[in-house]
Ligand binder design. Structure first.
Ligand code: BES
Ligand code: MN
Ligand code: ZN
Length: 492
């Protein structure tokens, strides 16, 4: 899909394709909607009056080959009560979804009078709405395929809009990169292939090191390596660095990259197991964050660590009852081999703080089914040992509409992860508070650093999605949020 800004001209209506304009709650038309209403001698007003359209977000009215215009269709999109950059993003995304398979190949999004920032945000909205993972489809019917090839955002100042879009274009690409990783099937995207795709990001100016099993063995990463032990695919640790601020202390992001989670010997039920291809969503989000920081040349030093493994049952697989020694020196009794994400993160977090001494660490992980039970599918869980870091994350979460809810980490629950024969065990007692005991386990590996854990098992994958910027499937959750947090608090 091509996206471009063109000069808005209120004296001449666009020709051909589909045209999108807005109306606000209460029925007020935007300038462009008024222009189209005049050109069609009131057909827009009449179309709105003919139905229940009330200008609410998500509502649309479509006029096909309207007399007085030389276009295939005119879509009036509800823009809600408040006009701002977020509304512009939603408007363009909704306009895209409404015309995606309409038969029109061009969508004109009319935004005369909007600021360059709003036009740029609209371009991001259309970009995110257009995401589609169709690499493996060979027999899709022509009428089911998207017809839109080009989106033109009509704006007053094309140069200013182009400039404002540059960082958002990088963000869109980063989210696409992250969504692609999550969407790929697990026979294609195993740890070494994930590592190769991340290595290719060096073209953006990132530095990427890949540690293989031998290197991790030397570092003493018995906890991470135990998880991958039953797989014929070698485990990998990807270390990504962005240097945009000289020798400043870096910020750090750590991702769970379980390319497929069968549960291991504590095997999962067959129903829905295919979903466990997206158990690398945390690592994909961290890769996406590093992508956008490099893509927009952020003035920050950042580190991204990805623990990449496959959790398989096998004659050589880790057993319940095994004791492993982590890089931190703490020993862990494995109670359930399906609680593998925390074992991967234990060594990734310890390595991160040991080598980079960052200002803080934020980890992202599709860590527990329990977080879905706690929060449903719209909120990710936030666990942290630091209020200031939490507040920054919550503010960024609001600004980017990637909802987080802070969860408690009560000290007495630590009792649940005490082992009879080792320093720790990898599960709590039963299912109660399962996301909390998982977070408490991770906390043992941050060495007192400011740290936050985002349990994104609830938000990494959305099906069905009701958000126009998020097509069904991989969301890229976390990329926008962390990019915003860095931009607002850790640059310059
Ligand atoms: N990857 C899963 C968590 C998960 C479950 C993510 C469902 C998305 C949807 C994780 O590795 C896991 O299996 N966790 C167990 C932990 C339990 C064994 C303590 C869980 O949540 O059941
Ligand atoms: Mn598991
Ligand atoms: Zn898992």
């Amino acid at each position: 899909m091509r996206i471009e800004f063109v000069a808005a001209d209120r004296t001449r209506a666009p020709k051909g394709g589909a045209v999108a304009v807005m109306a606000f709650e209460g029925g007020k038309l935007s300038w462009a909607a008024e222009d189209m209403d005049k050109a069609t001698e009131g057909a827009v007003t009449r179309a709105i009056a003919a139905g229940r359209f009330a200008g609410k977000p998500g509502q649309t009215v479509e006029l096909v080959v309207p007399a007085g215009l030389d276009v295939q269709r005119l879509v009036v999109v509800g823009a809600g009560a408040d006009w701002n950059a977020d509304a512009a993003e939603r408007f363009a995304a909704q306009a895209f979804q409404s015309t995606r398979t309409s038969g029109s190949d061009t969508l004109h999004v009319l935004l005369p009078g909007a600021t360059a920032a709003e036009a740029a945000q609209a371009a991001l909205g259309a970009t995110l709405a257009a995401y589609r993972f169709d690499r493996y489809r060979t027999t899709e019917k022509a009428e089911a395929k998207p017809s839109l090839q080009t989106v033109q955002i009509h704006t007053d100042d094309v140069k200013a809009a182009d400039a404002a879009f540059a960082p958002l274009k990088a963000l869109g690409e980063a989210i696409y990169f992250s969504r692609d990783l999550v969407s790929e099937p697990p026979n294609v995207l195993y740890p070494a292939e994930f590592a190769r795709r991340v290595k290719a990001l060096e073209s953006l100016g990132l530095t990427v090191e890949i540690l293989d099993e031998e290197a991790m063995m030397k570092l003493g990463m018995g906890s991470l390596l135990g998880v991958g032990q039953g797989s014929v695919r070698d485990s990998q640790l990807a270390v990504i660095q962005w240097n945009g601020a000289g020798d400043a202390q870096p910020v750090a992001f750590v991702g769970k990259g379980v390319c497929f989670d069968t549960g291991g010997i504590s095997i999962k039920p067959a129903d829905g197991m295919e979903d466990m291809k997206w158990d690398m969503g945390g690592a994909a989000a961290v890769a996406g964050v590093m992508y956008v920081l490099a893509g927009r040349k952020a003035k920050v030093n950042a580190v991204g660590i990805l623990g990449l493994v496959e959790n398989m049952p096998d004659g050589n697989a880790q057993r319940p009852g095994d004791v492993v020694t982590s890089m931190s020196g703490q020993t862990i009794e494995i109670i359930n081999t399906d609680a593998e994400g925390r074992l991967v993160l234990a060594d990734a977090l310890w390595y991160c703080q040991d080598r980079f001494k960052p200002k803080f660490m934020v980890d992202l992980a599709t860590l527990t089914g329990a977080i879905i039970i706690s929060l449903g599918n719209d909120y990710a869980g936030l666990f942290s040992n630091n209020d200031a870091l939490s507040d920054n994350l919550l503010a960024a979460s609001k600004a980017e509409a990637e909802p987080l809810w802070r969860m408690p980490m009560p000290d007495p629950y630590n009792k649940q992860i005490e082992s009879m024969i080792a320093d720790l065990k990898n599960t709590g007692n039963g299912r109660a508070g399962g996301s909390i005991t998982a977070a408490l386990f991770l906390q043992k590996f941050v060495n007192g650093l400011p740290w936050a854990h985002l349990d994104i098992a609830s938000t990494a994958w959305k099906k069905p999605s009701t958000i126009p910027t998020i097509p069904d499937g991989a969301t890229g959750f976390g990329v926008r949020l962390l990019n915003r947090m860095v931009a607002d608090h850790y640059e310059g």
